[in-house]
Design a binder for this molecule. Structure first.
Ligand code: FE2
Ligand code: FE2
Length: 256
């Protein structure tokens, strides 16, 4: 289906098949999820039978995608940082800023993880996705703070010197107004006992990325060890409410 909800024409379908073929591996067929098509502006999906017909004798990938860095059998948060997070500079700079500012370890961890929704997964509503991923493994206060930074970053708090980020004017335009669900979330968060923990994420959020800043994941290994409950089975295999999200990051092109 295309963006107007009409069936694809033959040539559109051929283009798509060609694109799928580009993802064809030597022995297995890697497929893109519907969400990836949506992100390309198409309401479309990979049709299993058509792909099989175009790749005689092959089967679909049901595990690791050999184009991506390999993951160990029992992956840790550090493994995901190294092999799946597309960028870590912003997370490390924010966490370093919090660490140098003398913030408690829980705030440093919240800063280190606050945008993993964006760096590993999805931009829209990244605070909610990121919070859901980490919820089983961190103090409730930390995941709450990560979730709420989604809304708080849009609202100034003069009592602590937080202003609306100039970067957002650049990114979204001067006339951008947060949607009602964000405003409502902000109002709930504003009166919550953990408000300041989430506010500290926004205060340590480094909007002007410094390409020369010396930041290193190694500086946070001990803090992660003390504040992130790494499951012994590996992230994705511990039967937690978010295991499937970690598995999906590990195997993003699994057929099912
Ligand atoms: Fe964020
Ligand atoms: Fe951020």
């Amino acid at each position: 289906m295309n963006e107007h909800n009409k069936p694809l024409t033959l040539s559109e379908r051929a283009d798509e098949l060609e694109e799928e073929m580009m993802h064809e591996l030597s022995a297995r067929i890697a497929t893109k999820s519907t969400f990836c098509y949506l992100a390309d502006g198409k309401v479309a999906m990979a049709e299993g039978q058509a792909l099989l017909a175009a790749n005689p004798g092959k089967h679909f990938l049901m595990g690791a995608d050999p184009r991506l860095p390999p993951m160990p059998d029992k992956p840790t948060l550090i493994d995901f940082f190294k092999a799946r997070f597309a960028s870590t500079a912003h997370l490390l700079q924010s966490a370093t800023h919090a660490l140098k500012g003398g913030q408690p370890e829980k705030v440093v961890l919240a800063c280190l993880l606050h945008d993993i929704g964006v760096t590993s997964f999805i931009r829209c509503d990244h605070g909610y996705w990121g919070a859901q991923m980490i919820e089983p493994y961190v103090d409730e206060e930390i995941s709450w703070a990560v979730r709420m930074h989604q809304a708080l970053r849009f609202f100034p708090d003069p009592s602590v010197g937080y202003e609306y980020p100039q970067m957002y004017v650049k990114l979204f335009g001067a006339d951008y107004k947060p949607e009602p669900y964000i405003v409502a979330e902000y109002e709930r968060a504003r009166n919550h006992k953990w408000y300041m923990t989430s506010r500290l994420i926004t205060m340590n959020d480094i909007y002007a990325f410094d390409p020369d800043a010396k930041v290193n994941l190694d500086d946070f290994v001990d803090i992660i060890g003390r504040t992130f409950k790494q499951p012994k089975e590996g992230l994705g295999f511990d039967n937690s409410p978010s295991s499937h999200m970690w598995r999906t990051l590990m195997w993003p092109t699994r057929f099912l």
